[in-house]
Design a protein around this ligand. Structure first.
Ligand SMILES: [Zn+2]
Ligand SMILES: [Zn+2]
Length: 369
């Protein structure tokens, strides 16, 4: 008897998600069945809903989740039934051009099958109750009671880690903390600016603190988010509408600008601001995204002085190494995650949750099962 369960399905861009019963496929020999316990509403899901990121429909969204392994295939390695796991959306083959160059985020199998909403092996793991096809976002489809994923996507973490906070590590926290710890070269005492204080930006603030930054300047348009940034480690908060952000970066950075700027707002204005605020020779990390077809203008003079600009998708994630480390940092009190959860909701409230995210009224809404 195939397993059927409830999932939030997007049938077309700019329409509400429909919570409906779907049917699981076969458990692959190298796969695991995960009972989802918590799933965060990330901005990337919203971009798919809004049509800024194009995927085949219908599709089960959700890619930031934690749960319990309920079944494991005979060849599933590194994870066992009963394990509490955080899910990774970046499986990689380990032997392609990019995997050989230590860039799993560009793995050719990952990039070939991800945009088609397929499983990592090119198959499908879920279908509609009437037998129709159904994709899963980013090899997960985690706005659902269950997900069938590759074993390497399910990373065991300590059982005392609460699921709602664990789920955030799977995308937003990994992306933000990882940008500071894995991607940027933050030196002890450096001046770091973080533009945008959603879940990713608040995590980047914490990554900068863990990396030993001196001044950590948070920039946002919302005083409540700047207040949160202060609670997780920012030493200064700037309102991008009211304050002269570039002048403040120069002052804090010895007249030159910030050593590192991490952009986590995802607007043309914030991309432009990031290269103005960094010092000559400094480093800009872009985490935010805007519509894939939009143009982003820059002032050429701001780019002249040997600045390094990197776009990063997942904070240089090595999930098997980083997820347990981040969970341990939370349990030891060094990583603050309670502050990132604005509210906990049921699966049926998912459309309200995305409305709040779009309105900027929530850092993270987390679906709890
Ligand atoms: Zn995400
Ligand atoms: Zn590969």
């Amino acid at each position: 008897m195939p397993l059927d369960y409830r999932a939030a399905v997007l049938h077309a861009p700019r329409t509400p998600l429909a919570v409906e019963r779907v049917v699981a496929g076969e458990l692959p020999r190298d796969g695991v069945l995960v009972r989802i316990k918590a799933a965060g509403l990330c901005h990337t899901d919203l971009e798919v809903i809004e049509g800024g990121l194009r995927y085949p429909m219908p599709i089960v969204l959700g890619h930031e989740a934690a749960g319990i392994v309920e079944a494991a295939g005979a060849e599933a390695r590194g994870v066992a039934v009963g394990d509490h796991v955080i899910l990774s959306w970046n499986p990689h083959c380990g032997h392609c051009f990019y995997c050989d160059r230590d860039l799993p985020i560009l793995c050719e199998t990952y990039l070939a099958h991800g945009p088609k909403a397929l499983a990592f092996d090119g198959g499908t793991r879920v279908r509609r109750a009437d037998g129709g096809g159904l994709g899963q976002l980013m090899f997960l489809g985690a706005f659902a009671e269950y997900a069938l994923v590759a074993a390497e996507q399910a990373i065991p973490v300590p059982k005392e880690m609460p699921f709602d906070r664990a789920s955030l590590i799977g995308c937003g926290v990994m992306t933000g903390v990882g940008a500071a710890l894995n991607v940027a070269a933050i030196g002890y005492g450096d001046t770091v600016m973080v533009i945008g204080c959603g879940a990713v930006g608040l995590s980047a603030v914490q990554g900068a603190r863990l990396a030993g930054a001196g001044e950590i300047i948070a920039v946002d348009l919302d005083p409540a988010k700047l207040d949160l940034a202060g609670r997780v480690g920012a030493t200064m908060g700037l309102d991008a509408r009211r304050d002269d952000v570039v002048a403040a970066a120069r002052r804090a950075g010895g007249g030159r600008g910030a050593d590192v700027v991490i952009e986590a707002a995802g607007s043309p204005a914030s991309f432009r601001l990031s290269v103005e605020a960094v010092r000559p020779g400094g480093e800009v990390i872009w985490l935010g995204k805007t519509d894939v077809d939009s143009e982003v203008p820059f002032r050429w003079g701001a780019l002249m002085a040997e600045k390094r600009i990197r776009r990063s998708s997942y904070g240089g994630a090595r999930p098997a190494r980083d997820f347990p480390m981040l969970a341990r940092a939370y349990l030891d009190g060094r990583l603050k995650l309670d502050e990132l959860i604005t509210r906990r909701i049921g699966l049926d409230e998912i459309n309200d949750g995305f409305a709040a995210l779009k309105a900027g009224a929530a850092v993270r809404s987390v679906i709890v099962f």
